[in-house]
Unconditional design. Structure first.
Length: 378
């Protein structure tokens, strides 16, 4: 399908043409034990790495297990974080280099991966049994002082750009910036460029005032691709009802993550994910909520061995000033009982037990993101 598929054709495809060949309907899929076989599943922020691989590498790498687990999970597409987030590297150069490195991974694995350049490519990934890779930045620091750099990254196929990470940058304040200031004049320039280039504006890590001002300023709907609900768990990485409601009213998308911030203890469970999805649906409506797990589909095999590595990682994040309230050495950055290749199937089952219809589950697992992507990317 061409990238300029019109809206009517796109919706027709989404409604029927992509049902899995062996399971022609969601009802049959439930009966056969694979509730997501015929669904489009989009992880609005996730990963593909194998966390059990101890090898240190200076570039992105995908091994056979990571690719197999992604395929087995039923995931259609995932927004993978590339480019600069923090650290000593020059942000612009580092980000350009990483785009090139991910392009090479796609070329090296043509049977497994497809670079997503349009909403139609998500449907194509489903039809071809591949994992669609959506290139996304989690920090816009690589813009430097030049908003026209948005044009460069849009041409390179970056489809999502998050304005800030946890600290403040030249565009606005992150969720951990204590001043809670709003968008800067340069941030407005960047948003205008993102709108013009049809790049998705993501406000996941933004502070409250930055999020609200950006959502109001943007001429196109914005997204919060991975977050929780502050009314359920009062932590700064979670979004207030005011933010969630505004994003939905402007036609945007909210993805709920599988992170420790979903529970005040830091030990989130699958029930917490469902509770936050429930709240988001109540505030935003069922057409604006999805998932952005902030994790991959390969689970960690030895959690005890992982805990020592996690303590080191948390210490580094704190030292560099990018850690968020609620991150601790004893809190896993995932939900223990909702991980691995079956995580999306388990979530579908839990939502069904909660009384969600198959249609609503389909929306949350992927259709709402696809609708938003069609609106932004065309």
């Amino acid at each position: 399908m061409s990238s300029n598929t019109d809206r009517r054709s796109f919706l027709a495809l989404g409604a029927g043409a992509l049902a899995a060949p062996a399971l022609a309907s969601p009802a049959l899929a439930w009966a056969a034990g694979d509730p997501i076989a015929s669904m489009i599943v989009v992880n609005a922020l996730g990963g593909l790495e194998n966390p059990n691989d101890p090898t240190k590498r200076d570039r992105p790498f995908l091994d056979a297990r990571a690719l197999a687990d992604a395929r087995a999970s039923g995931q259609t597409a995932v927004n993978v974080t590339i480019g600069y987030v923090s650290g000593p590297d020059e942000p612009f150069e580092y980000s350009v280099r990483e785009v090139a490195q991910w392009d090479k991974l796609v070329r090296d694995h043509p049977k497994d991966l497809l670079k997503v350049m349009s909403a139609a490519d998500i449907l194509r990934a489903k039809a071809e049994g591949k994992t669609g890779l959506i290139y996304g930045f989690q920090n816009a620091a690589m813009m430097g002082k030049d908003a026209s750099r948005v044009d460069i990254f849009a041409d390179l196929g970056v489809k999502i750009i998050q304005l800030t990470y946890n600290p403040a940058n030249q565009l606005g304040d992150g969720s951990m910036a204590p001043e809670n200031r709003g968008i800067t004049p340069f941030g407005r320039e960047v948003i205008e460029r993102l709108n013009a280039n049809r790049v998705m504006v993501d406000l996941s890590h933004s502070g409250q005032q930055t999020c609200l001002e950006a959502a109001r300023f943007s001429k196109r709907p914005i997204s919060i691709n991975h977050t929780g609900c502050r009314a359920v768990t009062d932590l700064p990485r979670n979004k207030t009802d005011e933010e969630l409601r505004l994003v939905a009213e402007k036609g945007g998308f909210v993805g709920i993550y599988f992170m420790p911030f979903l529970n005040p203890t830091g030990h989130a469970r699958a029930a917490d994910v469902v509770a936050h999805i429930d709240h988001a649906v109540n505030i935003c409506g069922e057409d604006h909520v999805g998932i952005g797990t902030d994790g991959g589909t390969s689970q960690i095999d030895d959690l005890k061995a992982y805990e020592s590595r996690l303590a080191e990682e948390i210490a580094k994040r704190r030292a560099s000033g990018i850690s968020a309230t609620g991150e601790r050495p004893d809190t896993y950055p995932f939900v223990v009982d909702l991980r691995g290749p079956d995580q999306f199937r388990k979530l579908a089952g839990l939502l069904r037990e909660r009384g969600y219809s198959t249609t609503r589950i389909e929306k949350i697992l992927g259709q709402n993101f696809v609708r938003h992507a069609q609106e932004i990317w065309g």
